[in-house]
Design a protein around this ligand. Structure first.
Ligand SMILES: Cc1cc2nc3c(=O)[nH]c(=O)nc-3n(C[C@H](O)[C@H](O)[C@H](O)COP(=O)(O)O)c2cc1C
Length: 226
């Protein structure tokens, strides 16, 4: 096992926004979850709990979620970012525009961008959705641990040829999700991960995002990479 192997996985993975309908075998879902749970967590608390939907359960959920998104009020358990400024705003715009360009939504086409945004609530057609929660009492550190779980989930899935997309958009409807999945109020619903086999020909899957270089995010003290 080399860093090159890991980098192959890391660069092959991308957020998938169009899935085929065929289901992932239960054994593979279990393997992904088992791998994801290997990540570190503070005190080894392993704060994640996951609801995984399949088949008709996914379809019933996507219908109910869509209806909620059309009429309900966004109320995430974990408050969404209050703003994106500077480079964060630049990067946010760049990935949004790359998506809209890929699917043929032109700048200023509000109806088109709203239609694409609503695809979140169709779970991008995925046959499975994982809803992730963390105990409220662990606060941001539980969420941090769960972030590692999300990343490992996406990489383990990639290793099996299964595509994923983490979705904060789903977590916008906190009270609805608590009711729908009977998730107790002492847990924070953090995000969903929709997953399945990718529709590789779909326009939404034809772009890739970029990453900042080291000089943009590393401060060297006492040693430098010259
Ligand atoms: C916690 C988290 C939440 C996200 N929520 C959404 C979302 O609601 N909708 C969406 O289309 N993409 C969502 N994404 C995907 C990001 O937009 C994507 O990871 C980023 O643009 C980098 O692209 P890549 O995953 O293809 O490398 C989310 C990613 C993370 C890690």
């Amino acid at each position: 096992m080399t860093l090159a192997d890991l980098n192959t996985l890391l660069t092959a993975r991308h957020s998938c926004r169009a899935f085929r309908a065929d289901p992932v075998p239960l054994g593979d879902i279990e393997r992904i979850l088992t791998s994801a749970a290997r990540v570190p967590s503070w005190c080894n608390a392993q704060p994640w709990q996951v609801v995984v939907t399949s088949g008709a359960e996914t379809d019933a959920f996507r219908s109910a979620l869509w209806a909620e998104a059309e009429t309900g009020q966004a109320q995430p358990d974990l408050p969404f970012p209050t703003g994106y400024s500077g480079v964060y705003q630049d990067r946010r715009r760049a990935c949004g525009w790359a998506l809209y360009e890929a699917v043929g939504v032109e700048k200023g086409d509000r109806a088109g961008s709203a239609r694409q945004m609503m695809e979140n609530f169709n779970l991008f057609g995925a046959p499975h959705c994982a809803i992730l929660s963390s105990p409220a009492e662990l606060g941001p550190y539980g969420a941090m641990d769960c972030g590692g779980f999300v990343t490992a989930f996406t990489l383990a899935a990639q290793a099996l040829g299964i595509a994923t997309i983490p979705q904060a958009a789903v977590a916008a409807y906190g009270p609805f999700l608590h009711r729908y999945f009977n998730i107790p109020d002492d847990r924070l619903i953090l995000c969903a991960i929709s997953f399945g086999y990718p529709d590789t020909d779909h326009p939404a899957n034809q772009f890739r995002t970029e990453r900042a270089t080291l000089d943009e995010f590393v401060t060297w003290r006492g040693a430098s990479a010259e």
